[in-house]
Write a protein that binds this ligand. Structure first.
Ligand code: PLZ
Length: 445
């Protein structure tokens, strides 16, 4: 049963507040130390050092407060330092911090697996595996699909992002910054065109036929263990496929013994107004990959799906030292309970409605906005020259940097870098959203 905990005494307010230049003097100092001590490869988009956060507001070390439209790339979905998550994690730290599930198990791992089985699409028997990161979830999804099918091929879609390990770099579309010079990459990865309605103008059926024809030619259906698809492409620019695209792919997978894997690492767990974005598109994946928001900011990721596929590995074939860490599991259970008890799926719907309306108005006044798209708290605007149709990454850069200087943190995306994405926490208020959009409006040409 759920205990109701005393509220977290956070000093973080509810409004943006800029009291220094951005970055402020303390951040500038820390940035110097960071440049001397931290690998240049791990750079930061906004070199503002964070001190604390609560709900949809983050505070930096100089006392500036930002409206957070990125949630650490969709991680603090139910809000920064959510009271229930903080209480659950704090209590767990005092009891058991590490067990190594594959040596000696503990209940919270099992409970998270049960909750994932309950809340992912599909009425069939499901099982789960817990790991540390999205990359590991993708790796393990592929391992399991290969073992289950006895095949090696992995199909992915143009503009996809699946992470930064060797296999997942091979599955990721964009060269810079993710792959350049880091090869050779894992083999047996086959890429096919996606559905990108703004660019290709194709119906879902036509786009799926193109994807399938491509894979039949360059991979051969019988060689494919799995097709891995983001229901809404994340880093690729919040590309929402045309209706019918995903169901047609799933049907083709089913007809050819290919495991249909939804990478819901960014689109999943209460982000789009549903538990998982697949639900919007009428697909029931064989396996779902989940991470980011499932543990309120603690590192946890999962592969969950059809029990007979999840059981393909011999005992001992799957694991890892930290996978399903007890503190992360306790936090995750608190997240599941919070979503249910507080009706947070409806907050995703609210945010989607508020943002869609505000951004549509913006698009009327600023023709550089070529499209407003997305679902729930996963919305985006794509910027293109209204005359030539050329992607305007330059404008996106100006808006992102300018917004940070005014106390709004936002993320960019897109293979062409010309997308501004909105991944706020479900704790964000309509007032905060409208304030942030007004800042963006002031920066648009
Ligand atoms: N699959 C769909 O969105 C993570 C990371 C961006 P990890 N995306 C944000 C960056 O610059 O590193 C992501 C995703 C999808 C897989 C991943 C990978 O998840 O937890 O970052 O490994």
């Amino acid at each position: 049963m759920v205990e109701v905990h005393a509220p977290n005494v956070s000093t973080v307010g509810t409004e943006r507040r800029v009291v220094t230049a951005i970055p402020g003097p303390r951040s500038v100092e820390l940035q110097e130390r960071r440049l001397a001590a931290v690998s240049a490869g791990a750079s930061s988009a906004v070199p503002v050092f964070l001190a604390r956060a609560h709900g949809a507001i983050v505070e930096d070390v100089d006392g500036n407060a930002f409206i957070d439209l990125g949630s650490g790339i969709g991680v603090t979905t139910i809000g920064h330092t959510d009271d229930d998550v903080v209480a659950a994690a704090q209590a767990q730290v005092a009891d058991l911090v590490h067990g190594m599930f594959t040596i000696t198990p503990y209940e919270s791992y099992v409970r998270v697996a049960e909750l994932l089985a309950e809340h992912t699409p599909g009425d069939f028997a499901k099982k789960a595996l817990l790991v540390n990161s999205g990359a590991e979830a993708v790796e393990n999804g592929v391992k399991i699909a290969r073992k289950h099918t006895g095949r090696q091929g992995v199909a992915v879609i143009d503009h996809a992002y699946h992470a930064r390990t060797n296999l997942t770099m091979a599955m990721t579309f964009k060269n810079m910054p993710y792959r350049d010079g880091f090869g050779p990459f894992a083999g047996e990865v086959y890429r096919a065109p996606n559905s990108y309605p703004l660019v290709d103008g194709l119906s879902g059926e036509a786009a799926a036929a193109r994807t399938i024809a491509y894979l039949e030619k360059n991979a051969g259906a019988k060689n494919l263990a799995c097709l891995v698809v983001e229901p809404i492409q994340g880093e690729g620019g919040f590309v929402v496929p045309a209706d019918g695209y995903l169901p047609a792919l799933q049907e083709w997978c089913a007809a050819n013994g290919i495991v249909f894997i939804a990478d819901e690492i960014q689109s999943g767990m209460a982000r789009t107004g549903r538990w998982f974005a697949s639900e919007h598109f009428g697909v029931v994946p064989d396996l779902v990959l989940s991470a980011k928001g499932i543990a309120g900011g603690l590192p946890l990721a999962a592969v969950v799906g059809r029990a007979e596929i999840m059981d393909a590995s011999h005992p001992g074939g799957l694991g890892g030292t930290f996978g399903g860490n007890p503190v992360a599991c306790a936090a995750s259970i608190a997240v599941f309970e919070a979503i249910e008890r507080r009706g947070l799926l409806a907050e995703g719907e609210r945010i989607g409605a508020t943002l869609r309306a505000a951004l549509a108005e913006l698009a009327e006044r600023h023709p550089v906005i070529a499209e407003v798209r997305g679902l729930g708290a996963m919305m985006a605007i794509e910027l293109r020259d209204p005359v030539t149709g050329e992607p305007r990454a330059d404008v996106v850069g100006v808006v992102a940097q300018g917004a940070a200087r005014q106390g709004v943190l936002l993320l960019t995306a897109g293979t062409n870098g010309n997308v501004i994405r909105f991944l706020p926490s479900l704790a964000i208020t309509d007032e905060q959203l409208r304030d942030a959009v007004s800042v963006i409006e002031g920066l648009l040409p």
